[in-house]
Design a protein around this ligand. Structure first.
Ligand code: FES
Ligand code: FES
Length: 81
């Protein structure tokens, strides 16, 4: 893995049904086996997971490419990769 750029887990978002009031830890490094969430695989690397707090229960699109400017959510940047 490159030190400064994350691994592309997939070039599209993950649609996840989140629950109001819950916290989710989005994988920023791209190496987790349980995408889009952190499984601890970032240890020793340059990335740490990002917390997402659900304000309401809804379907949320988490960034799978790890290059979103609005991480942890997809902003369409995956189309440039
Ligand atoms: Fe990717 Fe933890 S496994 S940030
Ligand atoms: Fe990363 Fe869309 S999946 S910006």
């Amino acid at each position: 893995m490159n030190e400064s750029s994350p691994n592309i887990a997939q070039k599209s978002p993950y649609a996840i049904d989140v629950e109001a009031g819950k916290s989710y830890w989005w994988c920023a490094c791209g190496n987790s086996k349980t995408q889009p969430f952190c499984d601890g695989s970032h240890k020793g690397g340059a990335f740490t997971p990002r917390e997402y707090q659900a304000e309401k229960s809804a379907t949320v699109y988490f960034c799978g490419c790890k290059h979103s400017a609005k991480a942890p959510l997809c902003d369409g940047s995956h189309k440039q990769l």
